[in-house]
Design a protein. Structure first.
Lengths: 252, 221
């Protein structure tokens, strides 16, 4: 799979959370246009290992755009220049021969760097956990027609549930705000009958946890929506605001 | 009441305060702009002076003036607080930033607001402070004549035009952003809100900017 791209990579290298990091420059050559961005890093890492150097640490898992693990900030954009794709689905044909590519980790106080391009996103897990449980009946599944759901609501809930929790919204936001993520998680349940029982409690608890984790507030710039690989809409943020304020003001 | 301070102190609560005070200031600007546009009637400022006199003496308006200052102070303090808090959420800055994912003015609300504040200091010291507090505007001098006097020098004209430019961009983002924050983002209405917001921002700023320029060029009789 010999290719024709010769690239200069400026990659953020950081030993661990406590040590200061810096950019290192690497040359890679013969990169195929059909490679994914992560495969290109694999090529570099194979060479680094052969040369006895420390390979570049980066997160990845499914490599098909659904797990939300890959998280590179490429040339100033989370998941690189293309719309609606994660880093693993970004292909090298999106770059030109001789280009210099700058690769940084997600930068946010709430996402501390573990090593190189790997950041700790467990703050997202704690926001989800703060949402708590959903009350459903146990036993056999009831007939689907027992709970009629308008198609529009189902579609909207599903669109919100498409969030893979990668953190690109936080990375793109000038305030490192997690509003798009949290609002998607609030919305996917608020829109469905199954989510009604804990609805008010959930919105308040998740917002409180989001603040606790040290994410910023929202300036409504829309950068999160533009960079989200799953196209999550900022209409969800408006919905979360409605959920939160109505919960706060109506609570006894 | 602790629930209220706690909720308004959350990230969403601080935004709600920005949004509500912002919408209040937008409603004030519409009144201010409409009344001041009376100078363009070319009647020697007669109608405008009557309106200015009404605004200066009516007790309801004078009470609203206090509410207006309170709203302005909340908007400023909350805005500065949000700006610095938000900045601290990314301790290590990016080396490269792609600015194409959002408009520059939506990312610069703090800067635009600060420019507006600096303009406001000059603006208030020209008119409001002299008329209401210091009483340094002579009895026989009308607000129309005061405007004429202020805009003889080019420096206030330049500062006012820069102030209006900042206002236009601040409002282009702020207007629609206020609706988004209070949760009024609906696919049917949001395009209209954005459109009205842009028209409002541009028209109000142009009308305001036209005043110092027209006075300076002696176009207003």
């Amino acid at each position: 799979m010999e290719g024709n791209l010769n690239l200069t990579l400026k990659i953020w290298r950081q030993k661990n959370a406590n040590e200061a990091g810096k950019f290192e420059t690497y040359q890679v050559s013969g990169i195929s246009e059909d490679m994914s961005f992560l495969e290109m890093i694999d090529v570099l890492n194979n060479r680094l290992i052969e040369e006895g150097d420390d390979p570049v640490a980066f997160d990845h898992d499914c490599r098909e755009g659904i797990c939300g693990m890959c998280s590179m900030y490429i040339n100033g954009s989370p998941h690189g220049p293309n719309k609606g794709v994660t880093t693993c689905q970004l292909h090298m044909r999106s770059f030109s021969n001789g280009e210099t590519i700058t690769i940084e980790p997600w930068r946010a106080g709430a996402f501390p760097v573990i090593k190189d391009l790997v950041v700790n996103r467990s703050s997202f897990d704690r926001i989800i956990a703060a949402g708590g449980f959903v009350s459903v009946n146990t036993g056999n599944a009831q007939d689907a027609n027992n709970i009629p759901i308008p198609k529009e609501d189902a579609d909207e809930a599903f669109a919100a549930a498409a969030c893979i929790g990668c953190g690109a919204c936080v990375a793109a936001c000038k305030n490192a705000s997690a509003m798009l993520f949290t609002s998607a998680k609030v919305s996917q349940l608020a829109l469905l009958p199954q989510g009604q029982v804990e609805r008010a409690k959930r919105a308040q608890a998740m917002v409180a946890q989001m603040d606790e984790e040290g994410f910023g507030a929202c300036t409504n710039t829309g950068a999160c929506e533009a960079e989200c690989p799953k196209g999550i809409s900022i209409e969800n943020i408006a919905r979360m605001n409605r959920e939160y304020f109505s919960a706060v003001f109506a609570a006894k | 009441m602790s629930w209220l301070t706690k909720s308004l102190g959350s990230s969403l609560g601080k935004k709600l305060l920005m949004s509500l005070t912002g919408l209040f200031l937008i409603s004030f600007l519409l009144v201010h702009c409409t009344l001041n546009a009376l100078v363009f009637l070319q009647d020697g400022g007669e109608t405008f002076n009557k309106a200015a006199e009404f605004m200066a003496t009516n007790p309801v308006i004078r009470t609203m003036e206090i509410v207006l200052f309170l709203g302005l102070i909340v908007h400023m303090v909350d805005g500065l607080r949000l700006h610095f808090e938000n900045k601290s959420k990314r301790p290590v800055a990016y080396a490269v930033i792609n600015g194409k994912n959002s408009t520059w003015y939506s990312r610069s609300m703090g800067l635009l607001g600060t420019l507006l504040l600096l303009f406001l200091v000059m603006h208030l010291s020209h008119f409001w402070f002299n008329a209401r507090i210091a009483g340094t505007i002579p009895e026989q001098m009308t607000m129309f004549e005061k405007m004429k006097e202020v805009f003889v020098s080019p420096i206030p004209v330049i500062v006012y035009v820069i102030g209006c430019g900042s206002l236009a961009y601040h409002l282009m983002h702020g207007f629609q952003s206020a609706f988004q924050t209070i949760g009024w983002n609906h696919p049917k209405y949001m395009p209209t809100i954005k459109c009205i917001g842009n028209i409002y921002a541009i028209v109000v700023s142009l009308v305001f900017a036209a005043m110092p320029i027209a006075f300076h060029l002696n176009l207003i009789k």
